[in-house]
Design a protein around this ligand. Sequence first.
Ligand code: FEO
Length: 164
Amino acid sequence: MLSEKMEQALNEQVNAEIYSGYLYLSMSAYLEEADWPGFAKWMRIQAEEELEHGMKIYDYIIRKGARVTLKGIESPQTEWDGVEAIFEHVLEHEQFVTSLINNLVDLAIEEKDHATNLFLQWYVEEQVEEEENAMDNLARIQKGKDSIDALFMLDKDFGARQAE
Ligand code: FEO
């Protein structure tokens, strides 16, 4: 079982993960329109991963015999000032998600909910990876941003990403 507080907070995180997917899909659509198919593909795979993150929590709530309650997903931003601005936004967003996960872990500890604390450790680890990737990606784009050839090569490289 889950405490009412924990159930509500986990439901909010389902929403936040789906919103992340929606935001990255919006970035992917922008990148398609801007003719960066590789970056667009990378972002679309990222969006799919976020939906999986949401579903993992969804399934956990059910396993604990609690209730999933879905709420509306906020409309994501649709315009950015180019590729660098997008990848800056990704880093900022992942740092925000890390803070949400940390708050959830704090609550699990407060509620003495060891199972949920253990479940959330996957997300703690995942956020280290998400922030690391976001920093690396941004650094690569910042290095290449003044050369259209370098950006084309990066686009090709990002486009090689395969869904896991
Ligand atoms: Fe679900 Fe990108 O963190």
